[in-house]
Design a binder for this molecule. Structure first.
Ligand code: SAH
Length: 228
């Protein structure tokens, strides 16, 4: 065999080993961090198995992408811990016909997880650079049912309202009224509420006609919900 051929073969073996490794890490992540902690919504588990989380973190940190914690994604922002992504996804009980709004696109990971399950995802990001990155990545991965919008998510996205579910991934001091208004009757919203950099509470917001109910779920720590 020519040395060039040997080199190419070696390279193929190397890259294959690499992707198989990520697959194994992802499977372990789903079993140990997600299923073992009680997530049993089948579509959520399938989505967590399908989305290649390592593609959503900075290149030099891909090896840590399946670790049990949040990770920096640049611009002072973070991608949430895998368990939290799964927990928030299961909580809004997404179905195949749903239209979902996310506030805080960040890396685009949570949007990709939702896009595996629902019909259409609108995700808003306030930092234009992050929004553009997420948009390009999601496009390159053929998530053509996600629309990334740059702007202040406080106002939601009136144009496509109402939403079956709203997932907020930055901590707000209070629940933005426009988001409640854009939730469908019977819809669910999950949002971390509390002061920036302190412990916040993850809340489930449900809308039944004029009646809004809120349930406190667990203490969490998210990056702050900022305003323009
Ligand atoms: N869902 C993301 C998590 C990103 S962290 C992921 O899966 O990677 C939260 C994101 O919310 C940050 O990117 C931050 O810039 C963004 N954000 C904060 N305030 C916002 C606002 N008012 N409107 C839209 N995005 C906001």
């Amino acid at each position: 065999m020519k040395s060039a051929t040997v080199l190419i073969l070696f390279f193929i073996m190397l890259t294959q080993g690499y992707t198989q490794n990520f697959e194994r890490m992802r499977e372990n992540m789903v079993r140990q961090q997600i299923q073992n902690r009680g997530i049993d919504h089948q579509a959520t588990l399938r989505a967590m198995r399908n989305v290649e989380r390592h593609l959503f973190v900075p290149r030099g940190q891909q090896r840590r992408a399946y670790d049990d914690g949040p990770m920096p994604i640049g611009y002072g922002q973070t991608i949430s811990q895998p368990y939290i992504v799964a927990y928030m996804t299961q909580l809004v009980n997404p179905g195949p016909k749903d239209r979902v709004l996310e506030i805080g696109a960040g890396s685009g990971y949570q949007a990709a997880v939702l896009a595996e399950i629902v019909d259409k995802v609108y995700t808003i990001e306030i930092i234009p650079e992050l929004g553009n990155q997420a948009k390009q990545l999601l496009e390159s991965l053929n998530y053509d049912n996600v629309e990334v919008i740059t702007g202040d998510g406080y106002f939601g996205h009136e144009k496509q309202a109402p939403y079956d579910a709203i997932v907020v991934t930055a901590a707000a001091e209070y629940i933005p009224p426009p988001l409640i208004a854009q939730l469908r009757d019977g819809g669910k919203m999950v949002i971390p509420v509390g002061s920036p950099f302190l412990v916040q509470t993850l809340m489930l917001v449900e809308k039944h006609g004029d009646k809004i109910t809120t349930t406190n779920l667990m203490p969490v720590r998210f990056v702050p919900f900022t305003r323009r």
